[in-house]
Design a protein around this ligand. Structure first.
Ligand SMILES: [Zn+2]
Length: 330
């Protein structure tokens, strides 16, 4: 089956790529096409091109896709068999436009959700390196010892000096999960909150309900008023939080009870502890969804074989918690 990203202009090419599924997908590699052409389809279909990319992002943010995202494009030499590749409209100098930055983040987020590509930054082209990278990492003289050669054109700076500093912003936006054509699929609006007391949270005082509402608003889940009334909207938000925690033992009953509170507090502890480790910082919001899970994976990966000797399964078990000096999940 052909893997198409939602919201793209689909322009399949018939040559210049390998129509075979990649055995693994470790990274997204960003490029500059050094052209103002509005499409690369014509060139990629030209028998003499001998090149292709999965995606092309125009200055206005429009994304063209040229082949199923699972196949092997010909964009970056030894990295082709494990990467999703993206060409962009523009010349050697200059920055990506705002719409291009957004579209690149969407592609990275898509790669994360469909292929498990990390949203952290690649530091080099080593075969073990994963995440969001760019062409120059695999080009001499910047290539590190043992790194894959991604082009034989020595000195190629792709995607350019002005664009490489934009990649951390792209990675940060990608980590927020923005690939669907909506603003943020993790955030879900709740309309017309009615101040009616529900039945599930009678054990909480008005002040406590306000705290829960604030906490869930911080997670992007509760959109009602901070009014201390645990009505249907609040119950629904609690239930949504419980159901989406990527953690097995939470019952989605809409009640902010001891199990839920213990989980929430522990996730905050985990997030605080992880922010003391090398790598990207995340919000301390008690929400164990994909941003936090990706950070857990990132730390496991970075320290694997060193400080971390457990399995890389994105679930903090006793070994991981001990390393972070926090208790295990309650
Ligand atoms: Zn390139």
């Amino acid at each position: 089956m052909t893997v198409k990203m939602p919201g793209v202009v689909w322009k399949p090419i018939s040559r210049n790529y390998t129509k075979r599924r990649r055995a693994r997908t470790d990274c997204v590699i960003l490029h500059i096409a050094v052209t103002e052409a509005s499409s690369l389809k014509g060139w990629f279909n030209n028998p003499s091109a001998g090149a292709s990319s999965h995606f092309y992002v125009r200055r206005d943010g429009t994304i063209e896709q040229y082949m199923g995202a699972e196949y092997i494009s010909w964009a970056n030499g030894a990295g082709n068999s494990r990467s999703i590749t993206v060409e962009t409209q523009g010349m050697g100098t200059g920055s990506w436009t705002g719409p291009q930055v957004k579209s690149l983040a969407r592609i990275c987020s898509f790669a994360h959700e469909k292929f498990g590509v990390r949203t952290s930054l690649m530091q080099n082209s080593l075969p073990s390196s994963k995440g969001i990278g760019y062409h120059r990492l695999g080009v001499n003289p910047w290539r590190v010892n043992g790194g894959e050669l991604w082009s034989s054109s020595r000195g190629k700076i792709c995607p350019g000096y002005d664009r490489i500093p934009q990649i951390p912003t792209i990675a940060a936006n990608a980590a927020g999960g923005t690939y669907a054509p909506v603003a943020n699929p993790e955030k879900r609006p709740v309309k017309n909150p009615k101040p009616v007391q529900g039945t599930k949270n009678k054990h909480l005082s008005k002040a406590q309900v306000k705290n829960v509402q604030r906490a869930l608003a911080t997670c992007g889940i509760y959109r009602g008023k901070i009014d201390g009334v645990a009505g249907p909207v609040t119950e629904e938000a609690i239930e949504y939080y419980q159901r989406n925690q990527l953690w097995g033992n939470l019952v989605a009953d809409g009640m902010w009870g001891p199990v839920c509170v213990a989980h929430y507090k522990w996730v905050k502890q985990l997030q605080t502890a992880m922010n003391n480790w090398k790598g990207s910082k995340i919000a301390v919001d008690g929400d164990y969804r994909k941003v936090t899970r990706a950070r857990v994976e990132d730390i496991m990966e970075r320290n694997h074989g060193g400080a971390y000797k457990g399995v890389i399964d994105a679930k903090p078990g006793p070994v991981f918690c001990k390393m972070l000096e926090i208790p295990t999940h309650p």
